[in-house]
Design a protein around this ligand. Sequence first.
Ligand SMILES: [Zn+2]
Length: 266
Amino acid sequence: MTNMTTLDLVCRFLAEFAPPILAAQWDNVGLLVGDRQADIRSVMTCLTVTPGTAAEAIDQKADLIVSHHPLPFHALKRLTTDTTPGRLLWDLIGHRIAIYSPHTSFDSAASGINHQLAMGLNLRAIAPLVPIDGAPEGTGSGRFGHLDRPCKLLEIAEQLKTFLGIDLIQVVGPLDRNVVRVAVACGAAGEFLEVARQADCQLLIVGETNLHTCLEAESTDVAMLLPGHYASERFAVERLAGVLADQFPELTVWASKQESDPLKWI
Ligand SMILES: [Zn+2]
């Protein structure tokens, strides 16, 4: 057959969309499992490869999983079904399903997750919280910017919940606090508190962090919103499925329908 789409072609597009040079040193990004010369017909995006998302990919005959979080992440010395990552890799390789993970390169890309979060809150003059040495302008870790007018923390919380499609959110700080400058960092991102404070942000939005970082935020008068690690990133893999479908109309592309937050909010 002619005009087949190779895995290599999709990888090249993803590497342009989220350049691996933007990934953190400790990360493991790019094509992690697969044969670049293989023809592919269907792609599933997800946040994480789990028994549930792997089963969906196998059932729905995906040729490629684009998983935000890497699998494998840690170096492997053996590939057996004795561990969860080993079991997942064994099953997926058995079904000839490739895995590509953009992870921190997607967080930091020009149109990446943090930029999309900042746009979702209508921030102006959006800039990276931590630019990356040698990387193009407009890329880097986290984002910050300012609102058109001062808004109450409660109002921003409601706007974020609507954007992410969630009903509940955790908050640090008084709900009537006036906020103009906002920093965002998806995932587990409490490490950005100090840089957000230095950028004069009154609010830092992170997926999740620990109690002590929340106490430090409270002590230094920085409000926080914590929608959960899952919600802070899952919307972006749904959008990524749309980006891939537009770029490769010949492919069947979907965001995992089985995936859900393992932390239930009640
Ligand atoms: Zn994450």
